[in-house]
Design a protein around this ligand. Structure first.
Ligand code: F6R
Length: 252
């Protein structure tokens, strides 16, 4: 399979975020005009924050309705209480859900309170819900310095589905500030799998800053390998990387 990753380099991360938000808004509107739902796969972390800000702005200032939107978040720490400071439930409420009109029953985020023995059933159900919603129309992604997408760390295979994973030490170090020390970062997470992500119709990955330049280059130019799960994106037929100049600096 050829390398299908299209790269767009923007003058800055604000403009890249706006472009992603504009595409999402256009998709929501086009689905609404056909009285259909728009299924979005969503990411947390620092990278997509301004995409969500722009969607909130368009909702408040330009009458963009998100009533027909169904969302599936990529991942959540395990264990994690939904009201904890670092939970992805809280992140999504603060950055998007509290400010727009997505119906509460349309929102799906992996449950960080699930008991270990119930995780396999819970994950199967998460996959089923995505399928029953009609599949993900557009999946928003960031990328970790380990090459993870979602929390699919090195070693994740192309056929992996939603499941419990162990976080890479690099990922836990990157989250240490948010938790007040690496020892307080959960060791596990629930994440959509590589296959789950690749089944999305469109994939839009955002990466900003010089700390992402090396992993972006290896993802785009390297061999497809379980060592860098993001390289599996090379086999997808509609994937775009939206980069700022710093993140694109090492990519030829
Ligand atoms: C978050 C997620 C992760 C992040 C990645 C980059 O839901 O799935 O893959 O996208 O760790 O995080 P930031 O954007 O904070 O650099």
């Amino acid at each position: 399979s050829g390398n299908g990753i299209a790269i767009q380099i923007f003058p800055d991360s604000d403009l890249a975020s706006r472009a992603a938000a504009d595409e999402i808004a256009a998709l929501i509107r086009s689905r609404a005009s056909e009285q259909r739902c728009c299924v979005l796969g969503l990411a947390t972390g620092s990278t997509p924050v301004r995409v969500y800000q722009e969607l909130v702005r368009q909702h408040q200032d330009e009458g963009l309705s998100l009533e027909n939107v169904i969302t599936f978040n990529l991942d959540e720490y395990l264990p994690m209480a939904p009201d904890a400071q670092q939970s992805y439930v809280r992140f999504m409420q603060q950055n998007l859900f509290n400010h727009v009109d997505i119906p509460a029953q349309n929102i799906h985020i992996p449950d960080g309170t699930i008991a270990t023995e119930d995780v396999p059933n819970y994950c199967r159900d998460y996959e089923d819900r995505i399928i029953r919603a009609g599949g993900i129309d557009l999946q928003l992604l960031g990328i970790g310095r380990t090459g993870h997408i979602g929390f699919n760390e090195p070693g994740s295979t192309a056929d992996s589905i939603t499941r419990m994973v162990t976080l890479d030490p690099v990922t836990r170090a990157d989250a240490a500030n948010d938790f007040g020390g690496i020892e307080k970062v959960p060791s596990h997470a629930i994440t959509m799998g590589v296959r789950t992500i690749l089944q999305s119709r469109r994939i839009r990955l955002l990466a900003f800053g010089d700390h992402k330049a090396s992993i972006v280059q290896r993802t785009i130019e390297g061999e497809v390998s379980t060592d860098i799960p993001a390289t599996y994106l090379q086999s997808h037929s509609d994937v775009q990387f939206l980069l700022d100049p710093d993140a694109a600096a090492l990519t030829s």
